[in-house]
Design a protein around this ligand. Structure first.
Ligand code: FE2
Length: 546
């Protein structure tokens, strides 16, 4: 079966193609349109589709829209509870529902030749669940999804038996861990549905001194569900304007919200383990991008292994909806081969872009060795290799790399990216060396979705990637799976004694991650990056030798 998955309803529009149970392509619309998150997270944007991402996914699969057996749309308007209008839609819920119902007609317009009768609505949390459990390397497992909201619910707990979802519990709106966390995000002066990870980073600077009061409002009910009452945020800390100063009570509030979220998730996981007895847990939904909570689930829940869908936010429901439909059709679904499911370019295309830009470039014998040398010389490197990542994390395809031993590199990178100085950057480390540098948290950790403790003897040696609380969000690199990255890391270690480099996403302030060669050149041209490694080619700032 040839299935196109589409996420459009809330934010992070995305598309994916699954053919005969195998993932062929997945991409977010923002990487094409260069508008972060693709569109505004408002009901009157629900009609906007991931047009370019869908067209590219079909091209990558060699399919015409007319050849699709199904389109899986990750929201079922028939399940919306209209009595809940106002949970997050400000009176526009019916418009959102209407747009979702009309999606087949909109899709026909966006993808000429498509038969609108092949469009199937897939329940939002079923799409999240499939994006986790069917993409995980486990086979049958337990699954927990949690986000801001789906049609009428904000969490789902279940297990996969013989590749089919058996639902055990769900939490209906208005109770929502995601919406509560989003409300805290807005109160703290950040962008709702976008900047939740800043609250997580800020939490490390505070003490969770409001947690006992918050527990009265946000708590697990012991039956696979939870309650979230309206939180009087002003009672804890004043609302912060976007550019206003961050006060200690803001950090304390972030720490308290973070703590109570972790506690509820842990309770849900324990309940789920009790019901299923599975050793393995798969996670998705926007809440599963919370690396600190994920590590607590790994360390403190009874599950032995925890796997998180790298595109855990709504973009991942495009993939999940397609996988869920493939499973419904009785197809054997193959686990996700990696997060590099987006666009890739061959050497001739890359060289063409460099020629067109009239940039002096060279083709060294080994780009990995050239980059390792530049990093050892404390240069900042834009690293553009292979197919782009699906999901918000840079995993060595569209990355900005730096020397981890220089504390000042955190500020240098945050300057390139226009980020707040309290935001950490992450280490990429050779998998077979990771346990020496990082304790607590699961290893290997190929998708950068957990936090780890930096071993005390290493903290001074890699200050740029050690967060204020002594943690780091690690990406491990296996040499069999990632030979180019592993070679770069090995060569960097030979030169510096450090088996790790700083890795953050390749983008400038407020822009989505770089996706195609033009984005890479624009980023290189406008930001203080010293070397661009575009496939096998090296471009040095100032035109000097790489
Ligand atoms: Fe969601």
């Amino acid at each position: 079966m040839r299935i196109l998955g589409v996420n459009a309803v809330f934010h992070d529009p995305a598309a994916a193609v699954v053919v005969d149970g195998r993932i062929v392509a997945a991409a977010e619309e923002e990487r094409f349109t260069r508008r972060k998150h693709g569109k505004a997270p408002v009901p009157f944007a629900t009609w906007e589709l991931p047009e370019q991402a869908a067209a590219w996914c079909l091209r990558q699969a060699g399919l015409e829209p007319s050849e699709l057996d199904a389109v899986a749309y990750s929201y079922d308007p028939a399940l919306v509870d209209d009595t809940l209008d106002g949970v997050d839609s400000g009176g526009w819920e019916k418009l959102r529902t209407l747009y979702a119902r009309r999606a087949p007609a909109f899709l026909r317009t966006a993808l000429p030749g498509l038969d609108p009768s092949v469009v199937r609505f897939v329940r939002h949390h079923v799409a999240h669940a499939a994006s986790a459990a069917l993409a995980a390397p486990f086979g049958d497992c337990a699954v927990l999804t949690s986000d801001g909201r789906g049609e009428a619910e904000s969490a789902l707990l279940g297990e996969y038996r013989d590749g089919k979802l058996v639902e055990l519990a769900h939490q209906r709106l208005p109770h929502s861990l995601g919406l509560t966390y989003e409300a805290a995000t807005a109160h703290l002066g950040f962008r709702r549905s976008s900047d939740e990870y800043k609250v997580m980073a800020l939490a490390s600077y505070g003490s969770p001194r409001f947690v006992s009061e918050l527990r009265e409002l946000v708590f697990a009910t012991g039956d696979g569900g939870f309650r979230t009452a309206a939180v009087p945020w002003e009672h804890f800390a004043p609302a912060r304007g976007e550019h206003a100063e961050l006060l200690p009570e803001h950090a304390d509030l972030a720490a308290s919200v973070q703590r109570v979220t972790e506690e509820v998730l842990l309770d849900l996981a324990r309940w789920l383990h009790e019901r299923t007895g599975h050793p393995d847990l798969a996670l998705a939904g926007g809440t599963a991008l919370n690396c600190v909570a994920n590590t607590r689930l790994h360390d403190e829940s009874p599950f032995e292994r925890v796997w998180v869908q790298p595109a855990a936010g709504d973009a991942g429901t495009a993939l999940g909806a397609a996988l869920a439909l493939a499973a419904d059709f009785g197809e054997a679904v193959e686990p996700m081969p990696g997060a590099d499911l987006g666009r890739g370019f061959d050497d001739a295309e890359l060289e063409d872009w460099l020629r067109r830009a009239r940039l002096p470039y060279e083709r060294p014998a080994d780009i990995a060795a050239t980059v390792a040398r530049a990093l050892a010389d404390d240069r900042i490197v834009a690293w553009f290799q292979g197919r782009a990542e699906f999901g918000p994390r840079a995993l060595g395809r569209r990355s900005l790399l730096a020397h981890p031993g220089r504390a000042a590199n955190l500020d240098r990178l945050n300057d390139v990216k226009g980020r707040e100085q309290f935001r950490p950057v992450a280490p990429m480390v050779l998998a077979d060396r990771a346990a020496e540098l990082f304790t607590r948290g699961p290893l290997p950790s190929p998708y950068m979705l957990f936090v780890h403790d930096v071993a005390p003897q290493w903290r001074e040696r890699i200050p740029a990637v050690t967060h204020v609380d002594g943690t780091a969000r690690v990406q491990t690199v296996e040499s069999e799976e990632e030979p180019l990255l592993a070679r770069m890391l090995t060569e960097f270690e030979r030169r510096t004694g450090l088996p790790t480099v700083v890795n953050t996403s390749l983008n400038t302030a407020g822009r989505p991650m770089v996706d195609d060669p033009r984005d890479a050149l624009e980023c290189f041209g406008s930001a203080p990056v010293d070397l661009l490694a575009l496939g096998p080619f090296a471009v040095s700032r100032g035109g000097g030798p790489a």
